[in-house]
Design a protein around this ligand. Sequence first.
Ligand code: ZN
Length: 228
Amino acid sequence: MSISRILSLALVASLAACAGPRMHNKTQTAMSPAGVSASTAQKWLAQPLRGKCIVVDPGHGGKDPGACAVDGSREKDHNLTIARLVAQQLRDAGAEVFMTRSSDKFISLDERAEMADRHHCDLFLSIHADAASNPSARGATVYRARGALAASSNCGRELLGALHQAGFDHRGLREAGFRVLMGHSRPSLLLECGFLTNSTDAANLNDPDWRARISDAVCSGVVAALRG
Ligand SMILES: [Zn+2]
């Protein structure tokens, strides 16, 4: 099979795994240069995140509901719904994925951080939804740790780029001292998907199509950052 044929198939496979437009652009870029080895092309064809380990962390849970939305829904439930979608997308792309919780259960911040080191993950990705006293505040935000590892910064830029290209409102890549970012030695990001205190963002978080689209974008950003 020719390299161009393999890469064409890889494009189809990658788009099937992660339907975001960034994936399309990245794959097109990868197809243009000469000298891409057949083994690399085959790896993309197989699954771009094969061999990678990712811990997906749905924020809050159990006795800790997180923020409360304008419609009365709770952050912990939104986080789990989106985290499940993201985890499935990453598994479809070949990653080994662990979730810090897969039900409405309280897990301490230290226990979550410990999972990152225990699994020696390539990325610890915490999923949250924001709240603010100003109801006009809206949009997604990507956080990395203060003094973040280069891998975290790179992944943060790719994740933000994927959200931007997919048309999501966002507030950029920021730094924070969150325990789940600082309490372990692995690359880490925290995504605030939007503001539960904003009526537009809250409606989006309740929309299955929107949730599927943001999960696609997150997966595309992670693939762009972690694929070999
Ligand atoms: Zn939260």
